[in-house]
Design a protein around this ligand. Structure first.
Ligand code: ZN
Ligand code: ZN
Length: 575
């Protein structure tokens, strides 16, 4: 339906609209004209709450055009829709109507204006209106904290928070979830601790936020403690909290606990099932994911697009090609769901990973929708992995044409480095420079004694950096006698071998594992999280370490989980 088309302005929308839809819209509008102001506002507000903000804005536009008096309540619903849709132009329009009608003395309405600007990441405008307001209540201040975080101004948000004379639980929630969205999970947990120390009682929103922080950081010890708090506060019966707990355990590498928490939920929804399926998939437990999918169907739950994406991805990580095809087919024919680009990308990944490069290529060529850079990058990744030089080069050229994200450039430049085609490396690097694309810095986290430590590649800032390096060097010496050879191909720089080895040693995942080795008792399981894919050399080293040191090491990277034990990784060296 035309209502689902986002981002279109009304005029353009009217040109595109089909006659039948126009008629139904006009009918709806005519019906609305027979209503009173309050019921219009209520209707628009409920549309916004149901996620149909575009529809709400369209009706508002029609009402305004028809010369009907506008009320504060109506404008408040419109501002909410603009904020959610990040529809800045429409939001500005609503703001000017507020000024025109003299509603700007309405504190609640102006709070909505500030909120709208901050949701549209126009923090300066939000700030200006905030300063002009004669009274500043806690709701307004909380909105500013969220807005500052949304604009990436976390330290300003913290300063603002400290400057508040009165705070409520929503103030803490705004800061905690804002910091988490900014990638400052460690700080979010710090403020959660302070919140408890100051005697502020956490609510459902707090619990869901901090559980998701723990999930992102694989901060299992913190996560378990919060799980305990959830039980003691009596929150465990709430489905979103239960789902957040499943996700936290799954992302922290504990599928057994995730499964247990799932079983303990008295009422589940489709998100609960999806979280479990996604968890199994990321752990390379494709069969378990499929078994869960079957159970879900038997219990009468209807999978959605995210469930299918998780299940397809599970098949992909476990090399279950036939099963993947079956799932893809059932999505379209049994559940009548239209595959999105992500589903197609997942299918390409599934075929490509399994080495069926020709089939993947045919699949792409037969797609009924236009392909994008992400899909081609997934294919490129498989071509590189299977070392099909010709195909990698031609697909690489195609990907570069589509102006992909930084990861594709890195993939290609590493590939050219691997085949020692330095000209190729230089070409890709030059293109990156010309297009102003910056390589995403690799970063790895590890939680030790409830503190989260973050390492970037080549990062020497950790107080124990020297100790970590000494320990790793000692280990590498021992590994060499066990057959380890540094994979200097992972360094796509034309420098001498010695320097390449030094660069390899500074990889963020090695530093994090090194810290885990020296700061936790022998035999303790080590869990690390990396923002990008783990590199082949770090993968090999981690396998050796798990054997030599007798440690179980769990590494979660951008793609999946690797569980290293006794020199073997659960991914079977394919990720
Ligand atoms: Zn590495
Ligand atoms: Zn692995």
């Amino acid at each position: 339906m035309i209502w689902t088309v986002h981002g279109l302005r009304y005029k353009k929308w009217k040109v595109n609209v089909k006659r039948s839809v126009t008629c139904s819209t006009i009918n709806l509008f005519n019906k609305m004209l027979q209503r009173n102001y309050f019921s219009w506002a209520k209707h628009i507000s409920s549309l916004v709450n149901q996620g149909e903000g575009r529809k709400g804005l369209f009706l508002f536009h029609q009402l305004h055009k028809s010369g009907v008096d506008i009320t504060e309540f109506l404008l408040s619903a419109v501002l909410k829709a603009c904020g959610r849709l990040q529809a800045l132009d429409e939001g500005r329009g609503a703001h000017s109507i507020i000024l025109k009608y003299g509603f700007n003395r309405d504190m609640v309405l102006m709070t909505s204006v500030v909120d709208m600007y901050s949701k549209c990441t126009c923090i300066e405008e939000a700030h200006q209106i905030f300063h002009e307001m004669p009274e500043k209540d806690v709701v307004l201040m909380n909105g500013m904290i969220a807005g500052l975080c949304r604009c990436g101004l976390a330290s300003d948000a913290i300063g603002f928070f400290y400057g508040m004379t009165r705070r409520d639980v929503a103030s803490w929630n705004s800061l905690i979830s804002g910091l988490a969205q900014n990638g400052n999970g460690g700080k979010a947990l710090f403020f959660f601790k302070n919140m408890r120390l100051e005697g502020e009682k956490a609510d459902l929103t707090t619990m869901i936020s901090v559980l998701s922080v723990c999930a992102d950081l694989a901060a299992l010890v913190n996560g378990k403690q919060i799980h305990g708090l959830v039980i003691s506060h009596g929150f465990e019966l709430y489905i979103p909290v239960g789902n957040a707990i499943i996700d936290m355990y799954a992302k922290s590498g504990c599928m057994e606990d995730a499964n247990q928490s799932f079983d303990n939920m008295p009422i589940k929804n489709i998100i609960s099932w999806t979280s479990l399926i996604v968890g199994y998939g990321k752990h390379g437990l494709g069969r378990e994911a499929l078994r869960t999918f079957d159970q879900m169907e038997l219990k009468g739950f209807v999978p959605n697009q995210i469930t299918f994406l998780g299940t397809l991805s599970a098949c992909s990580h476990s090399g279950l090609v036939q099963e993947g095809w079956k799932i893809f087919d059932s999505m379209i024919h049994t559940y009548s769901l239209k595959p999105t680009m992500e589903h197609y990308t997942c299918m390409v990944d599934l075929l490509g990973r399994a080495g069926q490069l020709r089939e993947a290529h045919e699949f792409i060529n037969g797609m009924p929708v236009e392909t994008d850079a992400k899909l081609w990058t997934a294919f490129l990744s498989s071509c590189c992995f299977h070392m099909n030089v010709e195909l990698t080069k031609s697909v690489g050229d195609k990907v570069l044409e589509l102006k992909p994200q930084a990861g594709a450039y890195m993939l290609l430049s590493n590939f050219y480095g691997l085949i020692r085609d330095w000209e190729g490396v230089a070409k890709v690097r030059r293109l990156m420079l010309d297009r102003g694309i910056r390589k995403e810095n690799a970063c790895t986290w590890i939680e030790i004694n409830r503190r989260v430590h973050a390492f970037e590649s080549g990062d020497r800032s950790h107080p124990l950096y020297k100790e970590i390096c000494n320990y790793l060097e000692g280990l590498i010496k021992r590994m060499r006698s066990h057959g380890y050879v540094p994979n200097t191909n992972m360094v796509a720089q034309n420098v001498d071998e010695h320097l390449k080895e030094e660069i390899l040693l500074g990889h963020s995942e090695k530093l994090a594992i090194g810290l885990g080795l020296i700061r936790t008792p022998p035999g303790t399981r080590i869990v690390i999280v990396k923002n990008l894919r783990v590199c082949a050399d770090c993968h090999t080293i981690t396998r050796f370490i798990s054997e030599i040191e007798g440690r179980e090491i769990v590494a979660r990277d951008a793609s999946r989980f690797h569980q290293f034990k006794g020199g073997i990784c659960s991914c079977g060296n394919h990720w």
